[in-house]
Design a protein around this ligand. Structure first.
Ligand code: NAD
Length: 259
């Protein structure tokens, strides 16, 4: 099994740790157990402070930490070049970032502003394309890119609004990327995670109702944890999933199949 995991000494870039509740932190914990070299990107100094504290608290060490704002091509380019120069080869990228203006998640979807639509799509979907492009030159030994999606990409989830449209674009971008990245044996997949109480989730109106519905209706009758998403991300980054690309894998207690 250890051979199949094959993450010992692999350089994995984790984008999106804002705090201990972040899905990206759950992923970090799984990757640490598997012996991966942890490379982080952060957007704000505040997040860097939180990340540094977390690394100390858990006694994890980062191979490298780079600043990266996914709204800026220059920032993405600089971050991945810096990482590439430091580690030489990148084996995996975890894209766990998304953002929409709060006012575009409240109220009616029909009122979404042109700017708000573009901003949510830019930050939450186009960023996967730009990040893949920046990482590609360093993914010379094959590898895996994993992004985080949500059921709102395909169903109307009240309160998810413009972010649902951005996630639909994210999932389609993931599929198109598989061809270009696959040419150098890099796989690209998405995890559609069930709702988890994080900073980003705070912006979704009615989030508590969404959590309650899962407990009532999902086959497993419980909400998922960041550790559960972390372990599936680990599987998608590892050799266990070497034949899988272009998929949306649900880590949602089975909720998506319930009618
Ligand atoms: P989070 O708030 O902990 O993480 C979101 C991250 O996105 C933060 O670290 C933030 O700094 C980063 N980010 C936002 N704008 C950025 C930018 N311009 N440049 C760089 N980074 C930027 O919340 P989370 O719930 O862990 O979210 C991680 C991913 O999981 C997101 O894509 C989210 O949509 C997705 N997701 C979350 C849930 C949930 O219920 N929490 C469910 C399914 C999918």
């Amino acid at each position: 099994m250890e051979d199949l995991l094959q993450l010992k000494g692999k350089n994995i870039v984790i984008m999106g740790v804002a705090n201990e509740r972040s899905i990206a932190w759950g992923i970090t914990k799984s990757l640490q157990k598997a012996g991966a070299n942890l490379i982080f990107t952060y957007r704000l100094e505040r997040s860097l402070g939180k990340l540094t504290q977390l690394l100390e608290k858990y006694d994890f060490s980062a191979t490298h930490i780079a600043q990266c704002d996914v709204n800026s091509d220059e920032s993405i380019h600089n971050a991945f070049n810096e990482i590439g120069e430091k580690v030489g080869v990148i084996h995996g990228v975890v894209h766990s970032v998304a953002f929409a203006h709060a006012e575009d998640l409240k109220g009616d979807f029909v009122d979404t502003s042109r700017e708000g639509f573009a901003f949510a799509a830019d930050t939450s979907a186009y960023s996967l394309v730009a990040v893949s492009k920046a990482a590609k030159p360093f993914m010379t030994e094959g590898g895996s890119v994993v992004t985080m999606s949500y059921l709102g990409a395909e169903r109307v989830v009240p309160g998810y609004n413009v972010m649902g449209v951005a996630k639909a674009a994210l999932e389609a971008s993931m599929r198109y990327l598989t061809v270009d990245m696959g040419a150098q044996n890099v796989r690209v997949n998405a995890i559609s995670a069930g709702p988890i109480r994080t900073l980003a989730a705070k912006g979704v109106p009615g989030f508590n109702d969404i959590l309650k519905t899962i407990e009532e209706k999902a086959p497993l009758k419980k909400n998922v944890t960041q550790e559960e998403v972390g372990d599936m991300t680990l599987a998608l980054l590892s050799n266990l999933s070497r034949g899988v690309t272009g998929e949306v894998i649900y880590v949602d207690s089975g909720y998506n199949i319930v009618g």
